[in-house]
Design a protein around this ligand. Structure first.
Ligand code: TXA
Ligand code: MG
Length: 331
């Protein structure tokens, strides 16, 4: 059931009282708390089982409140915000001194984004009140999953992950994008993509007139989404080339293993211990389906998930990134 106006009002009241509310965004569901309230932020880390030095993204109702959260905002940020907010882009900027350490993990930067989901925007406006509220109307929200697990893309997934540790879950249906936002660091001299998402470098190039670089190793400890053991199903996931899929599946089945396959084309043979899950050949649809499919495949309790490695190329980069981490994290 999709949440109603009265639910949004109740959710905003809970957030103002320092409670946790999970809410839908276009990317994945977020686990929200008042970004100016360190006690409420502490509840996020406890509910997720996440290390407290991992910074959180602050969600805003619109770009006009940026100055309450960031300082020295570069021209590039203004232009990207105008072009892509609301949307699946997180900007890392120099933090405003008023942003609690609990949100930034003690760093001198803060992640900000305006999510593109009607319920999220309603909630942010209701929470902030007039003029974005006395405290800037920001909701800190990581993905609403236990640390290291697959992000939730439906309200039911959030319930599975977090159960009663969240005061309320706003149900906004399945998330349209399906994987987490692109994270762009604009806090240093040059623009760097710390986490690829469905909003790609080419789209930013069209606005900026140059293409941001992809973040190097030096960024790894700053972004928990960049840890290898992330976005992982419980069942070991193995990436295989399309040409090797049949042979790899046969070998595993021959060894008595129960095999799940995530591929665009079904195998030419069947087997009692083989479960096939159809993947899309379109990257946007693939991203949309991915986390729900990983959950579904996990629930089959197979011994291994064989996922066909996506094609090379920019349009598959974000999906390839999540699959690679799912493979590394599930070992
Ligand atoms: O699509 C999304 O971004 C979703 C929805 C709910 O908005 N949120 C999300 O949050 O994916 P989370 O916490 O699961 O991932 C946010 C990533 C983390 O890897 C965190 O380390 C990074 O953003 N991050 C946040 N603030 C940062 C900062 N100041 N510097 C570098 N990385 C930062
Ligand atoms: Mg996450």
């Amino acid at each position: 059931m999709t949440a109603q106006r009265a639910d949004v009002a109740r959710a905003a009241a809970l957030l103002r009282a320092g409670e946790l509310v999970a809410f839908p965004t276009e990317t994945v569901y977020g686990l929200g708390a008042d970004a100016r309230n360190p006690l409420a932020i502490g509840k996020i880390f406890a509910a997720k089982g996440r290390p407290a030095d991992h910074p959180l993204i602050v969600h805003l109702s619109d770009a006009s409140h940026l100055e309450r959260w960031a300082v020295d905002i570069p021209e590039a940020a203004i232009r990207l915000a105008a072009a892509f907010w609301p949307g699946p882009l997180t900007l890392i900027l120099k933090r405003h001194p008023s942003v609690p350490d609990a949100v930034t993990g003690g760093q001198d930067t803060v992640g900000l984004r305006v999510p593109d989901h009607p319920l999220a925007l309603q909630l942010l406006r209701e929470f902030g009140g007039a003029n974005g509220g006395a405290n800037g109307g920001g909701l800190a929200a990581p993905s609403a999953n236990r640390f290291g697990r697959v992000s939730p893309t439906t309200a039911a997934h959030v319930r599975e992950e977090l159960g009663d540790s969240v005061a309320m879950i706003l149900d906004g249906g399945p998330c349209a994008v399906g994987i987490e936002s692109t994270i762009l660091d604009l806090s240093g001299g040059e623009a760097r993509i710390l986490r690829p998402g469905m909003l790609d470098a080419a789209a930013m190039d069209a606005v900026l007139g140059y293409s941001p670089e992809f973040g190097g190793e030096q960024n790894a400890p700053r972004v928990s989404g960049s840890l290898e053991a992330h976005y992982a199903p419980r069942t070991p996931l193995q990436l295989v080339a399309a040409a090797d899929l049949a042979a790899t599946a046969r070998e595993a089945l021959g060894a008595g293993r129960r095999v799940a396959v995530l591929a665009a084309q079904p195998l030419a043979f069947g087997h009692d211990s083989l479960h096939f899950c159809p993947a899309s050949a379109d990257p946007a649809q693939f991203a949309h389906d991915l986390y729900a499919q990983l959950r579904e495949l996990d629930a089959m309790r197979c011994d291994v998930i064989l996922a066909v490695a996506p094609p090379a190329g920019e349009s598959w980069r974000a999906v390839a990134d999540r699959l690679r981490r799912a493979a590394a994290g599930s070992k």
